[in-house]
Design a protein around this ligand. Sequence first.
Ligand SMILES: [Cu+2]
Length: 306
Amino acid sequence: MKLLLLCALVAAAAAWPNFGMMADSPGGASDAQKQHDVNSVLWKVYEDIRDPHLKQLSETFDPLSGHYDDDGVSAKRLMKELNDHRLLKQKHWFSLFNTKQRQEALMLYDVLEHSTDWETFAGNAAFFRVRMNEGEFVYAIYAAVIHSPLTQHVVLPPLYEVTPHLFTNSEVIQEAYKAKMTQTAAKIKSHFTGSKSNPEQRVAYFGEDIGMNTHHVTWHLEFPFWWDDAHENHHINRKGESFFWVHHQLTVRFDAERLSNYLDPVDELHWDDMIHEGFAPHTMYKYGGYFPSRPDNVNFETWTAW
Ligand SMILES: [Cu+2]
């Protein structure tokens, strides 16, 4: 009976096309290899590549010699930017809402998305990891792994492991640096932003929840606002409906949490009205200092500094 069960399992495994070690094409990379490469390219992303194979690829791979379904147009475009020294340098802050920085990240996304085999995908990832801004690189890799057919079975590490400074406050990061530098094991207690005298502090546990924020950013990577069906070669279904639904879920849950903590639901937002509640995120860029904070009682304004 046991043997019969074993045979059935083996048969099921053989019949299931993606049971473990499915390659893109005969002789192509296995899912395990792809997972290994994605983990390795994101490992300590602000430091040198540790994986010997990827390190070698970063020195020897030529993006113009890869295999693409767009005739290498994206690769040529990004290589020209790189060779003309127009790309954002490393160790500089990155924001998706800075138009030029987003365009650069999406240029790399395009190169990866149009790569048709793993050699090309991994080669480009390694090559540009050591040449492009780290924030742009991480964004492009996450978007590409989520949307490329080559990485359908790759699981991305949660973003709070790769860019923890964007998910917890700077006090925690400083404590972690100290523990690392002094090689002392430490238990670090995270405190929410704001002072206890501010009633909004009562729901900080919700707005500053690391898991929920990771879910939120991952949702936005699945349904990017910059997505253009014609350009990206495929259609994402019901983007607007999904956007409304997921944000409605978040806001009604926030209101429910507020009511449970003796706070009024969130007020409507009016462009011509003052924002009464200030906010100090206590979050920092890896490079580039602290996130700006907003004082109490300010008016909306268009910020053109970028
Ligand atoms: Cu959102």
